[in-house]
Design a protein around this ligand. Structure first.
Ligand code: DGY
Length: 319
């Protein structure tokens, strides 16, 4: 019996590629060249499944180019780069990789929070430039983090993991907004009725809700205006949750103190105006980028593929 053909859009950790090649007719991308829309559509023409990543825009047209494909195994927990309705309409199953990237992503959110509050990137740039001329009592003063209030938008797995780190490690008070009632937040905290309440109260706001239609522009100009001028915004979720132009304006005018960003509205494009600012820390979507996590994500995608082609329900089915 012929093995299902699986198109793998990017280079994956070696053990994942080995597992895929052993079990499937896997078409790998050894040079890790991002596929253009045309190449992606062409590659999908004779695919039974596609293992895709957040860098691939899987829209209705691309899905339409894959008449045989029955499964999109997404190498990520977030799937706002996939047109879920088009997949559903075409009868294509979509899976993701929840759970395994919780700690890595929360670690990175905390990294950004500390970096931006303590001006670590500015300090690093100063040392590297050779212009540092020694310790000074008023040099690069940042904001104290310990004991401050963290506001979490989206108290799912990653939001809770961030809350735990900040509560236990930094003795922060935690407030959060979540659409549904959170019964087991894992740490002492207060669930506030609205996003606005969190923005008004927090010294640090960390975003952990999904991107896509439901939350696009959630952190709007009006809402940014509610934040304290001393507050910081951290985003490791999805760029489209924040109105990027409004954020740039708030940062330029010091309406808020700073931001730590790992995600952008139109990746990999990062607006020049954002790159020009000192009060932001900018990372290239590294939330899940540890060796352990990326391997675990790959194995999860693999397990979903295996389950599907063995006729079982894939464990992480989205639709
Ligand atoms: C995800 O899984 O959604 C991340 O953004 C990719 O690391």
């Amino acid at each position: 019996m012929s093995r299902p053909r699986v198109i793998v859009t990017r280079r994956l950790p070696a053990p994942v590629e080995a597992a895929l090649s052993e079990r499937f007719d896997a078409v790998l991308n050894p040079d890790d060249v991002p596929l253009s829309r045309q190449d992606l559509a062409a590659a999908m023409r004779d695919a039974d499944a596609v293992l895709c990543t957040v860098g691939d825009r899987i829209d209705a047209e691309v899905i339409g180019a894959a008449p045989r494909a029955r499964l999109l195994a997404n190498f990520a927990v977030g799937y706002n780069h996939i047109d879920i309705r088009a997949a559903q309409a075409a009868g294509v199953v979509v899976t993701n990789t929840p759970g395994v990237l919780t700690d890595a992503t929360a670690d990175l959110a905390l990294t950004l929070l500390l970096m931006v509050a303590r001006r670590a990137a500015e300090g690093e740039r100063l040392v590297r430039s050779g212009a540092w001329n020694g310790w000074a009592p008023t040099q690069l003063l940042g904001a104290q983090v310990t004991g401050k209030t963290l506001g979490i938008i989206g108290m799912g797995r990653i939001g809770k993991a961030m809350a735990a780190r900040c509560c236990h490690g930094l003795r922060m008070r935690i407030v959060h907004y979540n659409r549904s009632r959170v019964t087991e937040p894992g740490v002492p905290c207060r669930q506030l009725p609205t996003v606005e309440d969190v923005l008004r109260e927090a010294d640090f706001v960390s975003i952990h809700c999904p991107g896509g239609e439901e939350n696009r522009g959630l952190i709007s100009a009006e809402r940014l205006a509610l934040m304290k001028p001393t507050a910081y915004l951290i985003n490791t979720a999805r760029g489209d949750v924040v109105d990027e132009d409004a954020l740039i304006e708030a940062l330029e005018n010091r309406r808020i103190a700073g931001a730590g960003l790992d995600v952008y509205a139109d990746e990999p494009r990062v607006p020049e105006a954002l790159r020009a600012l000192d009060n932001v820390v900018l990372l290239p979507h590294l939330g899940s980028a540890t060796r352990e996590t990326r391997e675990a994500m790959g194995m999860k995608a693999f397990e979903n593929l295996v389950a599907f082609f063995e006729g079982r329900e894939p464990p992480d089915r989205v639709v």
